[in-house]
Design a protein around this ligand. Structure first.
Ligand code: HEC
Length: 447
């Protein structure tokens, strides 16, 4: 089932600098700044969305000029954590050098409005579905979001009533209340999975009560981050399978906004009209359930590994760690001994971003996928629940995880549970007091 993908688009570095831009006519809001905000910021920075202020108009953006400059120069905004030197992604969200120069020059020159006639038409945001759903499934009860405090991840089982197999070509997870839904996922729980077997449908359970295990065929079918829209699974003629008898699990991270709120999130599916050529599954990649992070270590390395048992195409990666997670790399080590990094980036627990590879990677039996993570368990990490603690794997935020969800294209007849096997470092026993497993546990084949 080998096939070719179109070549990844070629990205050219724009050769602008802040100084070079400032030498031109002064940047104005209407002519120069607004187009950048429309394209890169307003999906989140508008009323009813979760960003703290709206950037739709001059009056709204003007007071933030200096903060905007600081946020884009430091690359804090737009939030995007992939290292620009490793790989390209279909969902890339990054300002180019010219755009950063425009916003900076504007802030430095007193943030002028310019001529309102130069302004582009306001963007029409779609507050309805980004796809035309054939099927909509909604949480049967409201989740009540408290006015303040940190809220644990919530898990709600929703009955599926699928009387036959269903193939889905695209899906969209839509928050009932955009202000409080920070991000979330909708899982397909197939009939053989024991995950949340004793859960009552429509009841929200918090993190920790609802431990998942890897190989039960649970599949992420919908995902929400601000501005993400719908997800498409038709790469290579693929679709996602909801096996007959499956239920759904809504996993949601809520943020408190100062007043009590309610949310009732839903997911919409477009169903496949034809028999798909391949199956798109999103499940667990490498995971270091044997991890150990020493107390106080500011850069603790942890490595995990799986080996392909069959042909499979890697299309998407979404690293997952908890509050001490710092950075993550996905490296492929081919059976030939050659290797390449397909993703590397900072990790931010609050965002849980996923990255769609511009050029999916074909793997064959014997090729290995390696996750290389670093954790900050020092007192310098403001999110660290306890720098004095030696940390091992566990479901709660004060425990750690090191795994990576992966979007895979497989043959429709292949059982997803058999595609990969844990290998190398992930099979080693945890040694008390010793951090790792680290890169030194990797076996690199001799060429
Ligand atoms: C994916 C959603 C999203 C996008 C896109 C986005 N922001 Fe933000 N922005 C946020 C959120 C959420 C916050 C609140 C702080 C946080 O959670 O990081 C924020 C905070 C900010 C702040 C306050 C920074 C601070 O230090 O507190 C500024 C300024 C800002 N954004 C500017 C921008 C600009 C300019 C763009 C476009 C170039 C942009 N943002 C794109 C979501 C977004």
């Amino acid at each position: 089932m080998t096939f070719r993908f179109p070549l990844a688009p070629v990205f050219c570095a724009a050769l602008f600098s802040v100084a070079a831009y400032a030498a031109d006519a002064p940047a104005t809001f209407s002519k120069d700044v607004l187009p950048v905000l429309q394209k890169n910021c307003q999906t989140c920075h508008r009323p009813g969305e979760m960003a703290p202020m709206s950037l739709l108009t001059y009056a709204e953006a003007r007071p933030w000029a200096k903060a905007i400059k600081a946020a884009v120069v430091s690359q804090k905004m737009p939030p995007w954590f992939a290292d620009p030197n490793v790989g390209h992604f279909r969902n890339e969200r990054r300002l180019n050098a010219k755009e950063i120069a425009i916003l900076s020059a504007w802030a430095d020159s007193g943030a002028p409005e310019g001529n309102a006639k130069d302004a582009p038409a306001p963007v029409k945001f779609n507050d309805g579905w980004n796809l035309k759903p054939d099927m909509i499934i909604e949480m049967p009860t409201d989740f009540h979001v408290p006015a303040s405090g940190a809220i644990d991840y919530q898990y709600m089982l929703v009955k599926g009533n699928f009387t036959e197999d269903v193939w889905v070509t695209s899906a969209e997870m839509r928050p009932g209340n955009n202000k409080v839904v920070h991000h979330g996922e909708v899982w397909v729980r197939p009939p053989q999975s024991q995950w949340m077997r004793n859960a009552e449908p429509g009841v929200a359970y918090s993190n920790g009560e609802m431990r998942r295990s890897g190989a039960e065929g649970n599949d992420i079918i919908g995902k929400f981050n601000p501005g993400i829209g719908a997800q498409d699974f038709t790469l290579g003629g693929a679709a996602k399978l909801i096996p007959k008898g499956s239920d759904l699990v809504f996993e949601i991270h809520y943020t408190a906004v100062g007043t009590p709120q309610t949310d009732r999130t839903k997911v919409g599916f477009v169903l496949s009209k034809a028999q798909p050529k391949m199956r798109y599954v999103t499940g667990y990649g490498p995971q270091a359930s044997n991890l150990l992070i020493p107390a106080g270590d500011g850069n603790a390395e942890v490595v995990s590994e799986i080996t392909a048992q069959d042909d499979v195409i890697l299309a998407y990666v979404q690293p997952h760690m908890h509050l001490r997670g710092k950075d993550y790399e996905v490296r492929v080590i081919y059976a030939s001994g050659e290797s390449e990094s397909v993703f590397r980036g900072r990790f931010d627990f609050n965002w849980q971003f996923g990255y769609e590879l511009a050029k999916p990677v074909q793997l064959h039996k014997g090729d290995r996928l390696v996750g290389i993570a670093h954790f900050d368990n020092s007192a310098n990490n403001a999110f660290n629940p306890d720098p004095k603690k030696e940390v091992i794997w566990g479901p709660q935020n004060w425990d750690e995880m090191q795994n990576c969800f992966m979007g895979l294209l497989i043959d429709v007849k292949t059982d997803p549970a058999t595609i990969f096997k844990s290998s190398g470092p992930s099979l080693q026993k945890r040694v008390p007091g010793k951090g790792g497993p680290t890169l030194s546990a990797l076996e690199i084949p001799k060429q």
